[in-house]
Design a protein around this ligand. Structure first.
Ligand code: PEP
Length: 250
């Protein structure tokens, strides 16, 4: 399916000095990775992360971006600003942004548009709350989030979109989806992509699983046919655990 990408989401952790230290610890452990490796760092850590990853196989992601290029938007960071710094990726629509900071399907779609226009690769997060899974509407929720976020995204641009399926109930909770549950929804997302684009384009998209993926469960999740990588929170802050996950992505 899509190429394997393991991306760390550091969330609101690490000062610039600590970011340098963590990347320096990760670097030698993932130097031989057969997948793409990305670290998603807080905005203020971006210069340090770019410097520490220079000449390595590690890409740098921001954790959000705004869609306007400039203007009176206090506290926001434009996608173009990230690109100008040399950032390659941006995580968008993470459930923590949707739950705590008011991101909606509509604003996530605008952020995706801004990111793609700026030349970034968007890591688009989708996923259901526990009540939605229990109501049996996981497929509908995830399909809706995917379709709205990709409104107006061309087949060409789709090559710069990574989708992270992250069941909200599994994020930071230590509760992982089973490999079968993860694969089932990732396959459904791929079917949505086939309906929006075509089979070839859908097969080329990297669809990650995220939600308490760790050194112990990564191999089983990553062995599933429709799981092309992982978005890793807690375990991405532990160099050896992150490296074990990277090594499992073959
Ligand atoms: C995340 O933040 O996207 C995530 C999956 O977190 P964790 O791995 O800690 O569940």
């Amino acid at each position: 399916m899509g190429k394997y990408v393991i991306a760390g989401n550091w969330k609101m952790n690490k000062t610039p000095a600590e970011a340098t230290e963590l990347i320096n610890a990760i670097k030698p452990l993932v130097a031989d990775a057969s997948c793409d490796v990305v670290v998603g760092v807080p905005f203020i850590d971006i210069p340090a992360a770019l410097e520490a990853t220079k000449g390595t196989n590690i890409g740098v992601a921001a954790q959000n971006c705004y869609w306007e290029k400039s203007g009176a938007f206090t506290g926001e960071i434009a996608a173009d600003m990230l690109r100008a710094m040399g950032v390659g990726y941006v995580i968008l629509g993470h459930s923590e942004r949707r739950t705590y900071f008011g991101d909606t399907d509509a604003t996530v779609a605008k952020r995706v548009r801004g990111a793609l226009d700026a030349g970034l690769t968007a890591i688009l997060c989708v996923g259901e709350y526990l009540e939605q899974r229990e109501q049996g509407i996981t497929s509908e929720i995830v399909a809706m989030q995917t379709k709205i976020a990709l409104e107006g995204v061309s087949a060409d641009e789709l090559s710069r979109v990574i989708i992270a399926y992250e069941p909200v109930w599994a994020i930071g909770t230590g509760k992982t989806a089973t490999a079968e549950q993860a694969n089932e929804v990732c396959a459904e997302i791929r079917a949505v992509l086939t309906s929006l684009y075509n089979e070839e384009a859908a097969r080329a998209v990297t669809i990650q699983y995220g939600g308490s993926m760790n050194a112990a469960n990564a191999a089983e999740l990553l062995a599933m046919p429709d799981v092309d990588g992982g978005l890793i929170g807690g375990a991405s802050l532990k160099p050896n655990d992150f490296a074990t996950i990277v090594a499992a992505a073959k």
